[in-house]
Design a protein around this ligand. Sequence first.
Ligand code: NIG
Ligand code: FE
Length: 416
Amino acid sequence: MTYFKAQKNMNKILFKNIKGLVQCGENINSLVGGVKMAQISTLKNAFLALENSEIVAYGPMEKWEDLADFDVIDAEGKYILPAFCDSHTHSIFAKTREEEFVDRIKGLSYEEIALKGGGILNSARALQGISEDILFEHSKIRIEKIINCGTGALEIKSGYGLNVEAELKMLRVINRLKQHFQIPIRATLLAAHAFPLEYKENHRGYIDLIINKIIPEVQKEQLADYIDVFCERNYFSVEEMEEILSAGINAGLKPKVHVNQFSSFGGIKKACEMKALTVDHLEEITDEDIRVLKNSKTLPVFLPGCSHFLSIPFSNARRFISENIPFALASDFNPGSTPCYNLSTIWSLACIKMKLTPEEALHALTINAAYAMGLQDSHGSISIGKKPGLILTKEIPSLAYIPYSFGENCIERVFI
Ligand code: NIG
Ligand code: FE
């Protein structure tokens, strides 16, 4: 399977006989919540014209004309969707961690493995020992696979460096990937992912290192778009998160945070006060958290791949729909808690485990996910002038067949 860059000989493409053109229209809100999530606008038996990746025309087949100079692709029996956006990944790492997976099968918990010096610290040891060039080459192959699964915009975090050089190395790799790929890639500084062993008893020392050394370097080299903190028991407290986010904001970074994965202790409230773009995870949630989110512009992002892989609770997405709070879905792709970057699989999990309908989950993977990366004006829907990237499915009986047939690859081609 290959994805097509809009190359010279293929910069004008006309799809005809499309069974369904999904999430298509000019009046799609940049954020969709509540009962509206159940309605996805789909044009049946349609055509679509793409010029230099930009959507320049679409409509019903009755109005189709054979545009000169366009390469025609017959999409009979197939659907076209805007590419997914993945607003939360840890796609840069030096090695996978299947030995911890086996340890968990045998009975250890994710938190127990981390307390033994495994987990994030395990990834950090490996990443500190690998060169920037090798990390870049490995990451390139991984990102190609991610794009082939239909991801048209990607956020990537640091956080496996945990010292000045290695955090910068990760961010430099992300910046090289930004240059290399045609999809938008956003870089997030997550030095506050865990306390390195040498700072286990000296949290102040590591926070000072982040604030006084790492953030200024990141600002100087313009290496990141966002600042993130893992706010959780045994990781960073609400006060520590506030201090680190403030320093990031002063350096021009927008906050987005990991909160409420295992416990709820005020991280959401603080993140909303600080105008975080997103609050991610939220497997644990209180009535107070809901009240705060209802009154803020901060977008919740749910990560069902992580819940599935760690056997922890799934976020209560249905409650957010009934409270009319929009949300996005993302993969959380990383070697420890979610070794899955395939957003079709995440779509299935959202339907099967979070009881979202296929249409509700698709909003959370397209337009709301674009919002979670500040890309709502160019991505997330099939609208004139947007360049969302496109997914062409195989011949399938219905749109719902994609999340239903979990594990099957329904994507024929991705156009970026
Ligand atoms: O989002 N929660 C913190 N960070 C990652 C896991 C990272 C790892 O285990 O390597 C997450 O699940
Ligand atoms: Fe994460």
